[in-house]
Design a protein around this ligand. Structure first.
Ligand code: ZN
Ligand code: ZN
Length: 615
């Protein structure tokens, strides 16, 4: 930042760097006045405040106003500072000041760098295109820094082709430009494009690696993110905080506790700087891997916590079934004066739902608007329907939906449909499924639930009708069932029906047969009602051998030492049959089994599940 470096010359101005409060800045201001140097230095002072303390923008504005001929660096600093606010387009005001205030003042490459950043932040293609046009007009079409910023900007705006066009216009792109191109690819969801850029790079710096790992993590490819991280270490590349956030988020996504623990140890060993974002990512990893006590240990150990940290802890407690603890923690959060946001309330409402605290949930929902001025969104409404529905208060759930201020979304009706299934209410189940199907007539889940409600009531014509409808509309499962288990640091994926190509397939089948035998002798009768088809599979000839979580559990029993809990992550809601069977397995094999399904955790132990069969 050469045009900004000169500002540090005066000792009083150098102090701005370490001052964060308005009071401190005003003291420096007073010192400059007392020493009579302010007239020469006011421009530099503005530059310094806006650059180092972008939180005090109003104050910088005031000082700027008193400045006769603000230098370009001061105006650039203002552009940059505003580009990071929620009103980024205000930057253009200072750009216009550069253009029109005095004839010898011209925009430089920093001006355009920051202006392009503004457009990315504004998320407006029009703004971006005008910044692009302006920099061309002022002859910066060959400036590599400006072009690199432009590549990033188009990436943020989701215009990969534009990014690529700019990139190709650079005759010899350096590592920064290539990394920007890589990031743009990942931002636009084309992680293969990003990988291609990565592979073709003649040299890479730590930022490149970090960007590639983040790209995989953000594009929903956590395994690739972890592979890339291991590769990065083999190459001995320095790891930074941002990178570890991506690595932990990949572990959370996959639910691989061993990898997560290892990443934690790595952070401590390599002394990666622990900021509030990384701490929160660490807490989230433990929570999403089902180790809530460790997650809370991280939480209590964090010096700085923000609203995301609190929300993550609250969400983790709710997901792991600790509803009361979640509410206790929320009380503490309020006491400490941390202002909750929308995400916090989703966690709190879920906390109420898992323990069936209906009135408490309703009270928190009301407090969103009353106490905090937060307008509840569709997701919050869905949570309340779920809250009433699971508690068996179906009429109130329906009443609540009917009184929503906006058109009820599929999620609200789906919550009612699940509740109707749970509480065997045929009439409401029909209504709810009809409403879901009005919004999307190919919603596989709605058909399956309705069919199961019919089957539960032994109304087999209804079941047949649903099947006919599904056939006629060509409804198919959107996502196949898949379970992940981590054994000795390796991640294994199992699909519904089993993976015949798995090297230990035969052993797994033998184990499944053994499980089946032992369940039978323990008196378990598999629910093989042929018309009861479930979330994952239509055929249930052998109830034990179909679902992916059963394969994963059997594999866990073969490979994991006695006493080591089996942790499985499933991408769908666990079905009734798997839930029953897993409870039995935990008892017969005396093994703790932890299943994370799409909604929450099930901790199975000694024949019982932490969800109390309520999910
Ligand atoms: Zn199942
Ligand atoms: Zn359960």
């Amino acid at each position: 930042m050469s045009s900004l470096r000169c500002i540090a010359k005066h000792p009083a101005i150098a102090l701005v760097d370490s001052s964060t409060t308005l009071k401190e800045l005003k003291q420096i201001h007073a010192q400059l006045l007392i020493h009579g140097v302010l007239p020469h230095l006011s421009g530099n002072f503005v530059t310094a405040i806006a650059f180092r303390n972008p939180n005090n923008l109003e104050y910088s504005n005031q000082v700027l106003h008193q400045c006769d001929n603000p230098p370009i660096s001061a105006l650039n600093s203002m552009i940059r500072a505003y580009s990071k606010t929620s009103a980024p387009t205000k930057s253009f005001h200072f750009y216009n000041q550069i253009l029109h205030s005095r004839p010898n003042l011209l925009p430089d490459n920093y001006t355009f760098n920051f202006l392009v950043g503004t457009s990315a932040q504004a998320a407006s293609f029009e703004t971006g295109a005008s910044a692009h046009a302006a920099l061309l007009k002022h002859g910066f079409e060959n400036d590599p820094h400006v072009l690199t910023a432009l590549i990033s900007m188009y990436g943020e705006l989701g215009c990969l082709e534009e990014s690529h066009r700019v990139f190709q216009g650079i005759s010899e792109p350096d590592v920064v430009a290539r990394t920007a191109m890589l990031t743009a690819g990942a931002k636009c969801g084309d992680v293969d494009h990003a990988r291609k850029v990565f592979d073709e790079m003649p040299e890479r710096d730590p930022c490149t690696w970090n960007a590639m790992i983040a790209g995989y993590a953000q594009c929903g490819k956590p395994e690739e993110a972890l592979d890339m991280f291991h590769l990065m270490q083999m190459e001995g590349v320095r790891v930074n905080t941002v990178c570890m956030v991506s690595v932990l988020s990949a572990c959370s996504h996959l639910g691989v506790l061993d990898h997560g623990r290892w990443a934690h140890a790595y952070i401590e060993r390599s002394k990666v700087r622990m900021d509030v974002t990384l701490g929160t990512a660490l807490l989230d990893m433990y929570a999403k891997c089902g180790d809530m006590s460790k997650a809370m240990e991280v939480f209590w150990g964090m010096k700085e916590k923000n609203v995301y940290t609190w929300s993550c802890a609250l969400g983790g407690l709710a997901m792991n079934g600790y509803g009361e603890k979640c509410l206790e923690l929320f009380t503490l959060m309020e006491k400490e004066g941390v202002r909750p946001n929308e995400i916090t309330f989703v966690s709190v409402l879920r906390g109420c739902t898992v323990v069936g605290l209906v009135e408490e949930g309703q009270r928190h929902f009301d407090s969103m608007r009353k106490l905090y001025g937060i307008e509840p969104q569709l997701e919050h409404y869905g949570c309340i329907v779920d809250l009433y529905g699971r508690a068996g208060r179906l009429d109130e759930a329906l009443n609540f939906i009917n009184n929503m201020p906006m058109k009820p979304h599929s999620g609200a009706w789906m919550a009612l449909l699940h509740a109707s299934k749970l509480h065997r209410n045929l009439e409401l189940g029909e209504l709810a499924s009809r409403k879901v199907l009005e919004l999307d007539d190919r919603d596989h889940c709605a058909y399956v639930l309705l069919s199961n409600i019919y089957a539960d009531s032994k109304y087999y014509d209804g079941v047949d009708n649903v099947r006919e409808m599904m056939k006629a509309k060509g409804v198919q499962k959107k996502v196949p069932g898949c379970s992940v288990i981590e054994v000795n640091g390796e991640v294994y994926e199992f699909f519904a029906g089993g993976n015949k190509s798995h090297p230990r397939y035969n052993e797994i089948i033998t184990k499944l047969e053994e499980i089946s035998q032992r369940l039978k002798s323990a008196g378990y009768v598999a629910n093989t009602n042929p018309v009861l088809f479930d979330m994952e599979e239509e055929d249930k000839e052998d109830a034990l051998a179909t679902h992916s979580e059963k394969f994963a559990i059997a594999f866990g029993l073969i490979t994991l030492r006695e006493g080591v809990p089996i942790r499985v992550v499933n991408n769908l809601r666990i079905c009734l049959n798997c839930h029953d069977v897993t409870k039995m397995i935990s008892n017969i094999f005396n093994r703790e089994i932890i299943v994370r399904d799409r909604n929450r955790f099930h901790h199975f132990q000694k024949g019982k599940c932490s969800c109390n069969d309520y999910w």
